[in-house]
Design a protein around this ligand. Structure first.
Ligand code: BGC
Length: 753
């Protein structure tokens, strides 16, 4: 665990005194400069970027973009008109800019360098959705610390993560970046990541501030289409979308990025309820609110602002401190203040927050970067080892049935002759997943290389079968021939990295391209089939799941994914990942999530075949339940749950619910199990979800070993936003379950009196 992570959510008198003295010396132009974040390369031309990227890829050259600094850079920095840059990954450029700001500006205020460090930096870890499937916050804290080590070595002071948006729609490409569908898991992962990022004893000697995002409700985009409208109740805002942000702040986060979306009619960028009432009045949080990319300007197409001046006015008044990329503050704040439309005090408050962070990060004392740091710090052997561990724990075994040769398909025997088939088995770049800005595919171990650690080359063949998404079936006959020669087929299928992430939503979540045709043809051989499925989201794969004997959700698993997959397939590692987002049976079920409401016409329990019950809340053509539920994941051993005990079944508001159960490993392999505790508040003054996760513990058990797992849940954490919109814990009867996923478990009852 991180020792004493920095707490940027707190004020200290010495810093406040320095802030006050600096502020007193600043001109209005200099103040506004501190509220501006931009890049040193001038206007970003996305089409040009893509064209050059493709050229570099085709030529097999490393991709560097863009090459030139903006012409007015020196002038802007000398006059203090920009306070922060984003996504500069070149230490020499960072030092150059910093020197202009620190040595050549009047007040010597250093720049703040922000960057998207979403799942590692040079050492790329699995995508965050995968990381959350470890259910191991301690591990994620370590991974975040490694990201901070590497990013700080490259000069990043401010990490635009964790992404803590609760996401219940797998069509949304950005589900890849977060911790899935559940606020409780989201809170645990948010805390862990903030602590790891804000570690104070980094090798570089520098410090990093976390920036949870996107505040708030971005994951609720209608139809999962990115940037789309969101419209949810204030109760959902408070009970579902806000808690991971609050957890991140309580763990010490002192900045937040506002979201692109509107919330019930008011875009987050200019939304006083979320930016002022909740952050400042209710939570008394002193941190910086940064807009998302160009989001102040986007108030115009949203239809909220008439022009840039109006957009700037509405944003600053709502509580947005720093503007990313668009230039409303730069161009219009001075005028707005002179006209009395924006009080000077609002700008001063925002500037104080920025100066406070720069002081607390130590940038005034230590503005420059040792340019040899990246080479010394990046991609160390222990970082690579941690990336392997996270990849191993993140993968979720969804199916492992018998086949003609053995009672369980996995783990594979070393004597097996394997046909590896599929477009992702030799791929490096896609295993990095979305948002790997420091992109070195050569760091990645492929699946085929991973399998090569276990099998001699002559025990394994490789055939691509088909591309990831292009309409080409010409390779399928060769794949079928290879399958016929083998004992077992390992299909390595799924999505490319650019099918998820920002601006990459999809409506059809089955296997892309002609991959399902490939599976159909190979399945016809009757050979045992193992599928390693890579994706940035839950996929909709009922047909595939029915065809294969074993199915491993491997996500986009980072630089060590290939090895981790091989370790699991051959049983050197027993899988222990569990889903943090439900996998639907059909796109038409979406959103499908475990913590839904009961409705007035609930159907029989999910999972039954009675999905056509008359006039119940059901579909005619599919059950309500997902294909694979939240919390689900198999192991090579089995765990037995028994002996549920509720120590105190009648509780007062200040008590702590104590529940325990005995979990036994009754298989013949050591394994880890995520033991989950859910509750249901049976009757409330407003309706409550049918289940809510309130605790989890990941335990490791040797064969035959048993452990009594004890949960302590403060009754104060069993509340919700009541009728008067305040947080309330209501007396009444509750159910509690302790089990292996969201669908069942040992059941008990307790009462809050
Ligand atoms: C994304 C943010 C990201 C920012 C800066 C935006 O498009 O929504 O998540 O931090 O760009 O790169």
């Amino acid at each position: 665990m991180t020792e004493n992570p920095a707490l940027y959510n707190q004020l200290d008198p010495a810093t406040e005194a320095r802030v006050a003295s600096l502020l007193a010396q600043m001109t209005l132009t200099e103040k506004i400069g501190q509220l501006v974040q931009n890049n040193p390369y001038g206007q970003f031309d996305f089409a040009d970027y893509l064209a050059k990227k493709q050229q570099a890829e085709e030529a097999g050259l490393p991709f560097v973009y863009p090459p030139n600094l903006r012409e007015d850079l020196a002038d802007i920095l000398r006059t203090g008109r920009i306070g922060s840059f984003l996504n500069v990954m070149d230490p020499a450029v960072i030092n150059h800019c910093q020197r202009l700001a620190v040595e050549e500006s009047r007040l010597h205020i250093p720049l703040l360098f922000g960057g998207d460090v979403i799942h590692g930096f040079r050492t790329v870890f699995p995508i965050p959705l995968a990381e959350s499937c470890t259910w191991n916050p301690t591990l994620l804290e370590k991974a975040s610390r490694v990201a901070a080590e590497e990013a700080s070595a490259s000069g990043i002071d401010w990490i635009f993560a964790p992404m803590v948006d609760v996401a219940r729609d797998p069509r949304w490409g950005r589900i890849a970046e977060g911790a899935g569908e559940d606020p409780f898991v989201g809170m645990a992962m948010a805390r862990a990541r903030v602590r790891g990022f804000q570690a104070t004893n980094l090798t570089s000697g520098r410090r990093i501030a976390a920036c949870p995002k996107h505040y708030v409700g971005y994951g609720a985009a209608e139809a999962g289409r990115d940037y789309n409208t969101t419209d949810f109740s204030e109760r959902s805002l408070r009970d579902i979308y806000l808690p991971p942000f609050k957890a991140a702040f309580d763990a010490g986060a002192g900045t937040v990025m506002s979201a692109f979306n509107e919330i019930s009619g008011l875009p987050a960028t200019a939304n006083p309820l979320i930016l002022r009432t909740i952050l400042r009045d209710e939570w008394d949080w002193p941190g910086i609110v940064l807009s998302d990319y160009d989001a102040v300007r986007e108030l115009i197409p949203h239809g909220l602002a008439t022009d840039m001046k109006d957009a700037a006015r509405q944003s600053i008044l709502a509580g947005l401190d720093m503007e990313m990329v668009s230039e409303g503050y730069t161009k219009y704040l001075e005028e707005l203040i002179s006209a009395g439309e924006v009080p000077q005090s609002v700008v001063d408050d925002a500037v104080r927050r920025v100066l406070r962070l720069k002081i607390r990060l130590g940038l005034f004392e230590n503005p420059y970067l040792d340019e040899s740091l990246p080479e010394r710090i990046h991609l160390q052997e222990d970082f690579r080892a941690l990336a392997l561990e996270v990849a191993q724990e993140s993968m979720v075994l969804l199916k492992n049935e018998n086949n003609a040769l053995s009672p369980t398909t996995l783990p594979l025997s070393l004597q097996t002759r394997i046909a590896v088939i599929g477009p992702l088995a030799v791929n490096r770049a896609d295993l990095l997943g979305c948002w790997a800005l420091v992109n070195h595919p050569e760091d990645v171990e492929t699946v085929l290389e991973g399998l090569g650690h276990y099998l001699k080359a002559d025990a394994m063949t490789y055939t691509r079968g088909c591309p990831i998404s292009a309409d080409d079936t010409s390779g399928i006959p060769a794949a079928v021939a290879a399958a016929q020669e083998a004992d077992v087929v390992v299909l390595v299928l799924g999505e490319s990295a650019d099918m998820s992430g920002e601006g990459h939503s999809r409506v059809q979540l089955g296997l892309p391209g002609r991959q399902q045709d490939l599976v159909d043809a190979v399945a016809a051989t009757g050979k045992p089939l193992v599928c390693v499925l890579m994706s940035g989201r839950p996929l909709v794969i009922p047909r595939l799941a029915g065809q294969v004997n074993a199915l491993l959700a491997a996500w986009h698993g980072g630089i060590r994914a290939g090895r981790a997959i091989a370790d699991i397939l051959f049983g050197a590692v027993n899988p222990s990942g569990k889903l943090t987002a439900s996998w639907p049976r059909a796109e038409g079920q979406i959103p499908v999530y475990y913590a839904h409401k009961s409705t007035g016409r609930p159907s029989a329990e999910a999972g039954t075949k009675q999905f056509a019950e008359a006039f119940k809340s059901v579909f005619l053509d599919a059950p309500n339940s997902p294909l694979f539920p939240f919390g689900f994941g198999l192991s090579y051993t089995t765990f037995r749950y028994a002996g549920l005990q509720i120590e105190n079944p009648t509780l007062g508001l200040d008590d702590t619910l104590i529940v325990s159960a005995r979990v036994t490993n009754n298989g013949d392999r050591a394994g880890a199990e995520v033991v989950q505790l859910y509750v249901r508040d049976l009757v409330g003054s407003v309706t409550r979800p049918v289940k809510e996760l309130k605790g989890f513990q990941k335990i490791s058990l040797q064969p035959g070993e048993a452990q009594v797992v004890r949960f302590e849940v403060p009754v104060r954490e069993l509340g919700f936003t009541g009728r008067n919109m305040g947080y309330t814990v209501e007396p009444g009867a509750f159910k509690v379950w302790v089990g292996t996923d969201a669908t069942g478990g040992l059941e008990g009852e307790f009462v809050i009196g």
